[in-house]
Design a protein around this ligand. Structure first.
Ligand code: AMP
Length: 124
């Protein structure tokens, strides 16, 4: 899959679309999801042009991967989620329902999160 430079998160990274930023460094930018599903719902994206988890994992440099992973932990810590706990979710491709084709991690917390998948996910 070719990277679409006009996807929503690419436009946020370039400053063309507004977002409420939670954190940024050389490797990652974090901003609040504009349709939060839980009390704290933050999107963390790498700065580089990667479509999804697989693309990022296979093509990003070790430095980019380490920097991104560390940034996610920093964002969690700065939002006081370290002690209370949080969940990370990333969607890859059609079956996951990925909407935005720029790799991103959902950082979810601030309340009890319940089961990983709800009843709307049919049993196999
Ligand atoms: P996914 O289904 O994993 O691709 O998730 C995309 C997420 O991006 C959803 O939770 C959306 O609510 C969120 N989102 C879409 N557009 C924006 C935006 N302009 N600012 C912040 N979050 C957004």
């Amino acid at each position: 899959m070719a990277y679409d430079p006009n996807n929503v998160f690419a436009r946020i990274l370039r400053g063309e679309l507004k977002s409420v930023r939670a954190y940024e460094d050389n490797f990652a930018v974090a901003f609040y999801d504009n349709n939060p599903r839980v009390s704290v719902h933050i999107i963390v994206v790498p700065r580089g042009p990667y479509c999804s988890w697989s693309d990022f994992s296979m093509k990003a440099t070790d430095e980019e991967i380490a920097g991104f992973m560390r940034a996610v932990a920093i964002v969690a810590e700065r939002n006081n989620l370290e002690a209370s706990g949080y969940r990370l979710i990333t969607n890859h491709g059609a079956n996951s329902g990925q909407e935005v084709p720029h790799f991103h991690m959902h950082l979810l917390g601030g309340q009890r999160l319940g089961p990983i998948l709800d009843e709307s996910c049919p049993a196999p």
